[in-house]
Design a binder for this molecule. Structure first.
Ligand SMILES: [Zn+2]
Length: 55
């Protein structure tokens, strides 16, 4: 199971269908209720919103 989280209204279309996305999403394992692990893909916006917030 893979869960994708990505910014709404971004300038690009994020790849959520298997191939690696151009934004370089952060991928981390997420423990599930049944003892297995899922994968959380956290996508990043490419319009520098995050960068502005840090300055
Ligand atoms: Zn992405």
């Amino acid at each position: 199971m893979i869960v994708h989280v990505y910014p709404g209204g971004d300038l690009i279309t994020h790849e959520t269908d298997g191939d690696e996305c151009v934004c370089g999403p952060t991928i981390e394992p997420v423990p599930r209720d049944d003892g297995t692990y899922g994968w959380l893909h956290t996508h990043h916006s490419l319009d520098n919103r995050e960068a502005k917030e840090t300055q």
